[in-house]
Design a protein around this ligand. Structure first.
Ligand SMILES: Cc1cc2nc3c(=O)[nH]c(=O)nc-3n(C[C@H](O)[C@H](O)[C@H](O)COP(=O)(O)OP(=O)(O)OC[C@H]3O[C@@H](n4cnc5c(N)ncnc54)[C@H](O)[C@@H]3O)c2cc1C
Length: 277
C-alpha cells in the first residue's frame, strides 16, 4: 500500500490532494511532534503523507509588482538569507527554533499549524499578508487573518495546498519584534509582539500592532490603529494607547506562563514601542 507521495510538480501534488487528501508534509517539524506516539518511536500518521519538498519552483522568493511572493516550500533559513525579505519578518523568523530546525521548517508550515504561539504570525499580520490556496479546481487568495480561524484551525480544504504567501510592499520607520520565551532558542513564545509605525511631524500616519500568545489567534485591532494614527490622535500618550489595548489581550494560564504575566509583559512591550516613536 502506498502511504507517501513525493511529487515533483505542483499539478501532480494537487491531483494527489484531490484523490487522497494526503497530509501535506513540508519540513515536518510540527507533524513529527504531533504524530509521534512515544519518544524514540517512529511517528504514526493517520493517513497518506504528501511530501512537498521536491516540488519544482516551490521554494522561490520573488517580486510581483509591488508585492513580494514567498513560495510555500521556502524554508525559514532561505527566508533569512534573502535580501528582499522585510526586516519585521526577518526578526520574527530568526526567533523561531534554532538553525537546524529552520533549515527544514517552512513559513507555510508555521502558518498552517496555526498555533497561537506561531512566531511568524504577528509579523505577517502587521504586513497584511495574504495566502494563496490552490486546488485542482482553482485558487483563492485570503488575508491571513481570514485563513486562520482558531488554535490549530484554518479554512484550508482537504483538496487544497497553501502555495504562496504574498506580502504587499510597505515602508515603516519604526519596527519592533519581540518574543519572550523560557530561553533564547528552541522555546515556545510566552508573549510576542510585532509592531510597525511611520510618523509625520508630530503624529503617526500608520501604525500596526499584533500580539502572539495572547489569545486563541493573533490579536490585531485595526479599529484601535485608526484611532491612534492621524493628527487628531497626536494628543494620545503611550499610556492612553496601552489602556485601549488592555481589554483585547486575553491570554491563558498554561505550563509556560501565567495569564497575568503574559498580559503585563505584552503591555510593557507595547509601551516601550510607543515610546520609540
Ligand atoms: C525543536 C522545535 C522548536 C520549535 N520552535 C519554534 C519556535 O520557536 N517558534 C515557532 O513558531 N515554532 C516552532 N516550532 C514549530 C515548527 O518548527 C514551526 O511551526 C515550523 O515553521 C513548521 O514548519 P514545517 O515546514 O516543519 O511544517 P510541517 O510540520 O511540515 O507542517 C505543519 C502543518 O502545516 C501543514 N502544511 C505545511 N505546508 C503546507 C502547505 N503548503 N499547504 C497546506 N498545508 C501545509 C501540515 O500538513 C501541518 O498541518 C518548533 C518545532 C520544534 C520541533
Amino acid at each position: 500500500m502506498v502511504n507517501a507521495f513525493s511529487p515533483q510538480e505542483l499539478t501532480e501534488a494537487l491531483q494527489i490532494r484531490r484523490k487522497t487528501s494526503a497530509i501535506p508534509f513540508a519540513g515536518g517539524t510540527n507533524l513529527m511532534v504531533i504524530y509521534k506516539k512515544w519518544t524514540g518511536t517512529v511517528p504514526c500518521f493517520p493517513g497518506p503523507v504528501l511530501f512537498l519538498n521536491r516540488i519544482r519552483g516551490f521554494s522561490e522568493i520573488r517580486r510581483q509588482g509591488a508585492d513580494m511572493v514567498i513560495a510555500a516550500g521556502c524554508t525559514l533559513s532561505e527566508i533569512l538569507k534573502n535580501p528582499l525579505v522585510p526586516e519585521i519578518l526577518r526578526l520574527a523568523v530568526k526567533s523561531i527554533a534554532a538553525p537546524a530546525i529552520r533549515n527544514i521548517a517552512t513559513l507555510a508550515g508555521n502558518i498552517c499549524h496555526a498555533s497561537p504561539a506561531g512566531d511568524a504570525l504577528p509579523a505577517l499580520y502587521v504586513m497584511d499578508a495574504t495566502v494563496k490556496l490552490q486546488s485542482v479546481s482553482g485558487e483563492r487568495i485570503l488575508p491571513l487573518s481570514a485563513f486562520i480561524t482558531g488554535p490549530g484551525q484554518t479554512v484550508l480544504k482537504n483538496d487544497e495546498l497553501l502555495t504562496e504567501i504574498i506580502l504587499p510592499e510597505s515602508q515603516f520607520d519604526k519596527i519592533m519584534f519581540r518574543k519572550i520565551g523560557m530561553r533564547k532558542a528552541n522555546a515556545v513564545a510566552k508573549v510576542s509582539i510585532a509592531a510597525l509605525a511611520s510618523s509625520e511631524k508630530s503624529h503617526l500616519n500608520d501604525v500596526r500592532i499584533a500580539f502572539g500568545s495572547l489569545g486563541p489567534t493573533v490579536i490585531r485591532s485595526e479599529e484601535i490603529e485608526k484611532k491612534v494614527a492621524g493628527e487628531k490622535a497626536a494628543a494620545l500618550t503611550p499610556a492612553d494607547i496601552v489602556r485601549l489595548y488592555a481589554p483585547l489581550l486575553k491570554p491563558i494560564d498554561d505550563q509556560r506562563s501565567t495569564a497575568a504575566y503574559r498580559k503585563h509583559v505584552a503591555l510593557n512591550l507595547l509601551h516601550k514601542f510607543l515610546e520609540l516613536i
